[in-house]
Design a protein around this ligand. Sequence first.
Ligand code: NAD
Ligand code: DAU
Length: 358
Amino acid sequence: MEQFKNTIIVTGGAGFIGSHLVKRLVKRYPETRIVNVDALTYAGNLENLTEVEAEPNYVFVKADICDEEAMTRLFREYEADGVIHLAAESHVDRSITDPLAFVRTNVLGTITLLQAAQQYWESLPEGYEGKKFHHVSTDEVYGALEPGDGLFMETTRYNPHSPYSSSKASSDHFVRAWHDTYGMPTVVTNCSNNYGPNQFPEKLIPLFINNIRHRRPLPVYGKGENVRDWLFVGDHAEALDLVFHKGEAGETYNIGGNNEWRNIDLVKALIKAVDAELGNPEGASLDLITYVTDRKGHDLRYAIDASKIERELGWTPATDFEEGLRKTVRWYLDNPEWLEHVTSGAYADYYRRMYGNR
Ligand code: NAD
Ligand code: DAU
């Protein structure tokens, strides 16, 4: 058997951000074994990982993070030194219709994982030395900002509104509790909206690219005035790699793109990019914009101050938004079979329930 210097468990590695992170870690750290633990829900797709699946330092384990026995076994079997925990229910609209699924995976799953890590690491002669538990979280835990309100800092008081953000806030608190109570070396990162290839087409950008391609309506919630900060997924993966390896135990790092957009302006920029790639005249798809009933409890604005990670770890977002958006659009247009695979089966039912035939 191949000998590795150490082992990192990545949970949720078959999802959008997790798959970009796993690919990065597998390639950058050939002496580190990367164990991808994923239950393969509707959002997990092993097709995201074909380029690393044959690498000797990559292992896939299909398991649910809520399964106590499986998680305990996992740490012992792979002698894990670190965890980067991304597995979660991640879509706000789903959390509004099925909140319990979010409590189960995001809260109970995180605690199950913390307990398994604790049990294993505390059984070792060196204890927690050289170990790290990294929880990948969201800026939504901070609540919502008004246009002139400034930015979310690491010190901003938690004020989550949706079942999704409440479940992530809760799991953040539990991760910090394991640091403060048991001395586990933990870090938490809170990031803004990611975009890029392999994102499930329930989220704004991939959903709208796909709809423009098929000339389907683009359901803009409310008046389209909500503001989000957008970050290219590869830049997030780089930040996670850095925080996991260099971040200080007990600390929180905000991650963001310094790139705020009102939804309606973003949708217009997206239409421009898709029309350009499809060879349509400029503005050809603007007629698809359809204002629909607002999301319940829709947070007005998220905006991140990411100066701590820049100051302390030297990270800034590298991808220019126009270029990132163009790359993303190209990827979706070039990979219709990926979209077809992920939109069939369980997702298709959900899609029909949420969007009818839109
Ligand atoms: P995703 O929905 O694309 O992927 C989630 C992955 O977790 C899937 O592969 C799924 O199969 C797996 N999973 C779900 N429940 C599981 C369970 N019980 N056991 C094991 N695996 C399970 O999510 P994403 O957008 O890649 O987000 C990843 C993480 O980053 C989440 O924790 C999310 O809260 C956080 N985050 C996301 C964004 C964003 O913009 N997408 C921004 C900030 C933070
Ligand atoms: O801020 C980080 C968060 O970003 C992550 O923690 C979440 O996992 C991720 O899903 C994302 O949450 P949002 O709710 O901001 O992303 P979403 O793509 O669902 O929506 C972006 C904005 O677009 C939001 O204001 C709602 C709006 N929207 C979304 C959809 C799907 C629409 O107007 N129409 C739509 O059809």
